[in-house]
Design a protein around this ligand. Structure first.
Ligand SMILES: [Zn+2]
Ligand SMILES: [Zn+2]
Length: 380
């Protein structure tokens, strides 16, 4: 009898982990998956404002930095929407090591977004509908089955469409951290309103390095290059579909560059000392306190990494990462209302070999996690 009651309690408190799922509102497996890293916003020579950036060069740089996935996101307006016969049909659009995603930077007067797709799609349709009302755009987007991720939402070319048609947000655009603070503000607004939108980064790299050149583009490339910042995803398979789904679910974090530490946020909701949830997961709030763990994986630099814990758009705590690369904190989510917890890590920057001015230009931000969610409603 007692055993039955104890089991029932365990079921109530522990979110049931689904092995592999694209459902954004549940808890997925914490073990059945791989960490992969990539850049989701890079311009090649098919964007007229890029310099010395052939696809072969971009892909070689990304392979050298150990990336797993990459989106070459050329401005669609530079080719009148015909991305298929430019970026994707370039003979250099090929890699044996990288999952090359299909997409483009949807470049409109109301803002920019990257489109992510596991396979070729009719991008021309999205280009042609760009100035229509949002409900009409959404219909075309849904019909194509693509992921729409708003770029640099509050910066130059801010995103002026409804966030209801957005699957993820670029909260961290380029190596320069400071202009991204207002992107976090928009993201927190959307999360606080009940919209479960994943965050990602994008370097918006337009130029290749040219040793010895002092042209502004060549100098820019010495600080802003592939993977500044880098987006990490935890996905059940090494496939394009799984990468895109993980970004939409928020099973992702962002690091300043491909060699910087990766942040991971997990939660133990039933007090058994083991993680039951990871960033991106959503569950019914437990009756008691939740023990959260922040972990920095990979090589850390000398110095202090400071973690800002955000609960529901407000600062809950500021804590230092311990000598073992982790820290813990405890909090009780709202019983009936929604809660989300996410972290921002500031500290010493890791050098980026070959991108020699990275540390001079990068701000203090080292990594940002997606949130862990409680009581977010799939029927929102
Ligand atoms: Zn843009
Ligand atoms: Zn761009």
């Amino acid at each position: 009898m007692f055993r039955v009651a104890a089991l029932a309690l365990a079921v109530l408190l522990a979110p049931a982990a689904s092995a592999q799922t694209n459902d954004k509102f549940v808890v997925a497996s914490l073990t059945d998956g791989v960490w992969m890293k990539g850049d989701l916003h890079v311009h090649s020579r098919h964007s007229k404002d890029s310099t010395n950036h052939s696809e072969a060069r971009i892909i070689a740089d990304a392979e050298r930095a150990g990336f797993d996935f990459l989106l070459i996101s050329d401005h669609d307006n530079h080719v009148n929407g015909d991305t298929a016969h430019h970026t994707w049909s370039d003979p250099e659009f090929h890699s044996d090591k990288l999952l090359l995603l299909y997409g483009a930077e949807w470049t409109t007067v109301r803002g920019h977004a990257v489109i992510l797709s596991a396979k070729p799609y009719d991008h021309q349709k999205l280009f042609d509908i760009r100035d229509a009302r949002d409900v009409a755009v959404q219909k075309v987007k849904d019909g194509l089955g693509v992921h729409l991720s708003a770029n640099h939402p509050t910066n130059k070319d801010h995103f002026g469409y409804s966030y209801d048609m957005v699957d993820s947000l670029e909260v961290w655009n380029t190596v320069r951290w400071a202009p991204n603070k207002t992107n976090l503000m928009v993201w927190d607004d959307m999360l606080s309103s009940g919209r479960k939108i994943g965050a990602r980064g994008g370097s918006d790299s337009h130029h290749g390095t040219v040793p010895g050149s002092t042209a502004p583009q060549a100098l820019e490339a010495t600080a802003n290059n592939i993977g500044t910042p880098t987006t990490w995803v935890f996905a059940p398979a090494r496939t394009r579909e799984a990468v895109i789904a993980a970004i939409g679910r928020g099973r992702a974090s962002i690091s300043a560059n491909p060699y910087a530490p990766r942040v991971e946020l997990t939660a133990d909701v039933n007090g058994d000392g083991k993680a039951d949830m990871m960033m991106g997961d959503n569950a019914k709030a437990p009756a008691g306190p939740v023990r959260f763990t922040v972990r920095l994986s990979g090589k850390r630099e000398a110095g202090t990494y400071r973690v800002r814990v955000i609960k529901n758009a407000g600062e809950l705590a500021t804590l230092d990462i311990g000598a073992d690369g982790t820290l813990g904190f405890t909090d009780t989510p709202e019983a009936k209302g929604r809660s989300y917890y996410r972290v921002e890590v500031e500290g010493p920057q890791t050098p980026y070999p070959g991108v020699d001015n990275f540390q001079k230009v990068a701000g203090p931000m080292v990594a940002i996690s997606n949130p862990i969610f409680f009581n977010f409603d799939p029927n929102f």
